[in-house]
Each structure stands twice: as C-alpha cells, then as structure tokens.
Design a protein around this ligand. Sequence first.
Ligand SMILES: [Cu+2]
Length: 258
Amino acid sequence: MTRSARALFTILGLTALTIALSGCGVGGLSPIFPEPVSPNGQAIYNLYLGISIPAIIVFVGYEAALLWVAIRYRRSRQPAGYTPPQVHGHTGVELIWTAIPLVIVLTIAVFSFVALQNYFQPINDQQMQVTISGHQFGWDYDYGNGVVVHQEGSLTSSVEPFVVPTHTLIKLQFAGTDVIHSWWVPAISGKTDAVPGYYNYSWMKIDRVGQWRGECAELCGVGHASMQIIVQAMDQPDFDAWMAQQKAKATAAASPSP
Ligand SMILES: [Cu+2]
C-alpha cells in the first residue's frame, strides 16, 4: 500500500470513529438525526431521509465511476505519447445534465414547501400555550398562569427541564429580550428564532413520556454554550402535580414571610 493510500485510509478511519463516538451521546448532541417525537419533527425527519438516501446513492455511484475511470484509463497503461479523443460539446449530454439536477432540486423544493405549509405554520387549535423567551444566556418558559421556568446551564451542570404534558397540542410563542436566539430540540421541531421585537411561533405534541435535549442554535454571545435545553414530557396527572408544586413555589416567592 502506498503512503498516500495509507494516509487516506487513516483519515477515513478517524472520521468514522469520530462519528461513532459522538453518536454515543456522551453529553453532546448526536450528529445522527434523533427519533422524532412530535409530528413536525417527524416531517423534518422524513424530508431528511428522502433527501439523504438518494444523495448518498448518487454520491457513492459517482465516486465509484470516477475512481474506476481514473484507475482503468490511467496514463501508465496508455501507449507513450497517447492523446485521448478531444470532444468539444455535446448538446444531448448537456441537456441531460442540466435537466436531471433541475428535476432533483425542484422535487426537494416542492416537498420542503409542502412540509412547511403543513407542519410549520402558527396553529389556532392549541390546548395550551407557552411563551418561550431567550435572553443572554438562558430561556424562560411562561405558562401564562404565573408559573415561569428558568432554564440555564451548560453540559456540565444540571439544566431545569421545560415540563409539558403528553397528548397535548402546545403552541409555542417565541420572543427574544436582547439578541436573536434560536430554540432547537431536533427530536421535536425545527429551529425557531427568538427575535426581539416580534413573535415567532411553533408547536409540539408529544405522545410519550421522556426527556429530549436541545440547545440555542444561534451564536448569541459569550454564554451561548449555557443555553442548553431539556424538554420533559409527563402524563397529565404527573404534570398537574408538577404544576401545583410550581404554583405553590411562585406564591411563596411572591409573598415572603416577615
Ligand atoms: Cu442564545
């Protein structure tokens, strides 16, 4: 094996190892798409697979053809002074390699547009609404009943979870109080910017109990890394108990004993 071939295999091996290790989810977010738990997250997941699988097939096929030509027709196998056929333009081939990518890009555009229309518009039939505001550096979740969860923390500290009930359509209203942040929990929905001055909207509906991780996806300053997100879904009775506890805490904080 030549030196360059060995170097190539080393790089490929290290890349594979990096991806495998970061996929373990030791503290960090996985580079592999997580299993979606909300219908809008499922829509992104389906698009992701629909685009990635054909793209991987095209990539592997193209690279294999390129390598085959480069090896099979390499200079050392040709007679000395050999000049390959000189081809200048071919209307048929040029039409084909323009039309195929055009069809591919238009197909992706149509599917993306349909997903955006179906799953990423503000909703009106919500059963609950939470206002999420991003600030330097953390998130506040206002349930609209006096309870606000403050979420702040990096990978090494504990992060207060944003608690939601299962089987409930929750409208999310996003605001920014200083600079632009972006709320992103890959398993639940797409990135939604929290912008000062106006509201952005998204929603979630989670049908099982669990915890999902996310983080601020817009570089917002020196404490950006401490804008970690944890969403915790509980069944309705557990959620009601949690909410009662939070209400008691909020009342106690509002009226401290003398
Ligand atoms: Cu941020």
